[in-house]
Design a protein around this ligand. Structure first.
Ligand SMILES: [Zn+2]
Length: 283
């Protein structure tokens, strides 16, 4: 009998150690990123002469907002066609080389999540923006899965905390800033109503000019962890959801809106993204 309890005891101990180890490894990977593969092969792209060019990047190695990503793609193509712009869409990082990137006026991260580029590709994108390029990001492009400090500081200028889960989607007014950039704001109403997964950041975006905000006290910000209960952290009542930044000689624009495919049915949202593309091309 004694032997039996000894075996059970040791088995339990081994099991506990194993589970603890597995949980620690998982937490480490969540914090530092899961191993991903990087594409380095240079694609063949036929750039038309003297036509503004937009690169749409839809790679994900973290959570994939599949419906929003796929719904957006034909809309981008349609916008580019209507405006006479060249558009290249890819989920492969090989295009992030100095020679090809320099030919694009705008790089748009379409709900990209996780680690996407190897170190040399990251450096290429960084110098592209700092030398005068434009980086646009939609929703998931601003979560905390990217593990890239330069990107977080210059696309968002604020660190993502969480998104509400009780409930996840909430309807509220999206309000335009009185001194919003005229190209970004053209054709957009002073306010519109939208339902989205409203991202919470730890603070207001640094050195940013706000295009749209929501009223932080009109949404329920509780996330999935105890310490996120009723927390909107540094966002406060004035809760930005779309903003621009200057990055060296270039610029960035980010909107935390865009979780579900439904946003692409809102002409205001689509117009905002079209305006951001035009704003980047004008730069
Ligand atoms: Zn989302």
């Amino acid at each position: 009998m004694k032997k039996f309890f000894k075996i059970v005891g040791w088995t339990l101990l081994v099991l506990i150690v194993f589970l603890f180890g597995a949980a620690s490894l998982f937490m480490y990977k969540v914090k530092n990123g899961f191993p991903v593969s990087y594409e380095t092969e240079k694609p063949t792209i036929s750039f038309p002469d003297s036509t503004p060019a937009i690169l749409v990047f839809s790679k994900t190695t973290g959570f994939r907002h599949a419906e929003s990503i796929e719904t957006a793609k034909p809309i981008f193509i349609e916008i580019a066609k209507k405006r006479g712009w060249f558009l290249y869409e890819t989920e492969e990082g090989g295009v992030f080389n100095a020679e090809q990137l320099a030919k694009f006026d705008v790089v748009l991260f379409n709900n990209t999540t996780g680690r996407l580029l190897d170190e040399s590709q990251q450096a290429t994108l960084q110098s592209y923006v700092e030398q005068g390029g434009t980086l646009l990001g939609i929703h998931g492009a601003g979560d905390n899965s990217h593990h890239w400090p330069w990107y977080e500081a210059n696309l968002m200028g604020a660190e993502f905390s969480h998104h509400p889960l009780a409930p996840q989607f909430q309807t509220t007014s999206v309000i335009r800033d009185a001194d919003a950039d005229s190209t970004l704001a053209q054709g957009l109403p002073n306010q519109w109503t939208s339902s989205d997964e409203w991202y919470v950041f730890y603070k207001q975006p640094t050195d940013a000019k706000i295009l749209f905000h929501i009223q932080g006290d009109k949404i329920l910000p509780s996330g999935n962890m105890l310490w996120m209960k009723d927390k909107n952290f540094g966002m406060g009542k004035f809760h930005p959801v779309a903003w621009q930044k200057t990055v060296g000689k270039g610029r960035s624009f980010y909107t935390s809106m865009g979780h579900s495919k439904d946003v692409w049915g809102h002409p205001e949202f689509v117009r905002m993204i079209e305006n951001a593309m035009e704003w980047g091309i004008k730069n």
